[in-house]
Design a protein around this ligand. Structure first.
Ligand code: URA
Length: 237
C-alpha cells in the first residue's frame, strides 16, 4: 500500500471516529444492543458545549443559530436549522441550503423543495408531519458541495437533532447525506433500494429532488424508494 493510500485510510478512520464520538461519546458501541433512544441520547450530553444540553428542538435552534464555527457562517443570510414536527417519525436529511433556503431560513423551499412536497403528498404525508433538515445548516457559496471540514463541524448539530426527535426512519436525500451518515464512499445507486440500520434507526437513501429535476428518468427509481419506505412505515403504524 502506498503512503498516500495509508494517509487516506487514516484520514477516513479519523473522520469516522470523530463522528462516532459526536454520536456516542466515549462509549464503544456494539451494534446488537443499539437503539436510538439509549445510545444517541447518552452521547451528546458528553459534549461540554452549551447547545449539547438543549432539551428541545427549539432550545437547540436558539443555542446554535449564531454559529460561526466554519466560514459559511460569515456568508450566510440565514442559519437554516430545520423545519417540521419535532416528534416526527420520519426525518428527511438533505445536503445544504441553497439560495432560496438561505434567503428564507427554511430547508427545501425552492424548486427542489416544491418537488419534495409533491413526493411527500404522493406517499400521503404532509410537510408538517415530517422533519426536514440538512447536513449543513448554512449555504455553501455558489451551491458547491459541502467540504468535509464543514460537515465535521456542523453534523454534531444534526446528531443532536436526531437524538431529540428520535425518528423511526431517516431518509437521506442524495449522495452527500447518505455517504456522510453511513460513513461510506459507496455510490448512491448501490445505497438506495434497501433499508440500512443507522444505529437502530431505519435509514433509506434516495435521489436528491434537485437531481430528479435535472434527470426526470430517476423519478421512477425514486418512486420505488418511496413505495418501499411507505410499506415499511405502514408496518409500524
Ligand atoms: N437542497 C438541499 O439539499 N437542501 C435544501 O434545503 C435545499 C436544496
Amino acid at each position: 500500500m502506498s503512503s498516500k493510500e495509508t494517509r487516506e485510510i487514516l484520514k477516513e478512520s479519523k473522520r469516522y471516529l470523530v463522528q462516532q464520538k459526536d454520536l456516542f461519546g466515549n462509549i464503544i458501541y456494539n451494534d446488537s444492543d443499539m437503539n436510538t433512544t439509549n445510545i444517541i441520547q447518552n452521547n451528546i450530553q458528553t459534549s461540554d458545549e452549551p447547545w449539547a444540553a438543549a432539551d428541545s428542538i427549539e432550545a437547540l435552534n436558539h443555542s446554535i443559530n449564531k454559529c460561526l464555527k466554519c466560514g459559511l457562517g460569515n456568508s450566510r443570510t440565514n442559519f437554516v436549522f430545520g423545519v417540521g414536527n419535532p416528534n416526527a417519525d420520519v426525518m428527511f436529511v438533505g445536503e445544504a441550503p441553497g439560495a432560496d433556503e438561505d434567503a428564507q431560513g427554511e430547508p427545501f423551499v425552492g424548486r427542489a423543495g416544491q418537488l419534495l412536497n409533491k413526493i411527500l403528498a404522493a406517499i400521503e404525508f404532509k410537510r408538517e408531519d415530517v422533519y426536514i433538515c440538512n447536513i449543513l445548516k448554512c449555504r455553501p457559496p455558489g451551491n458547491r458541495d459541502p467540504q468535509p471540514s464543514e460537515m465535521e463541524l456542523c453534523t454534531p448539530y444534526l446528531y443532536k437533532q436526531i437524538s431529540l426527535i428520535q425518528p423511526k426512519f431517516i431518509i437521506c436525500l442524495g449522495r452527500i447525506a447518505a455517504q456522510w451518515l453511513l460513513q461510506t464512499n459507496a455510490t448512491l445507486g448501490s445505497l438506495r433500494g434497501k433499508i440500512h440500520n443507522y444505529r437502530g434507526t431505519k435509514l433509506i437513501v434516495t435521489y436528491h429532488p434537485a437531481a430528479l429535476l435535472r434527470n426526470p428518468n430517476w423519478k421512477y427509481p425514486a418512486w420505488d424508494d418511496m413505495k418501499m419506505f411507505r410499506e415499511e412505515y405502514n408496518k409500524i403504524k
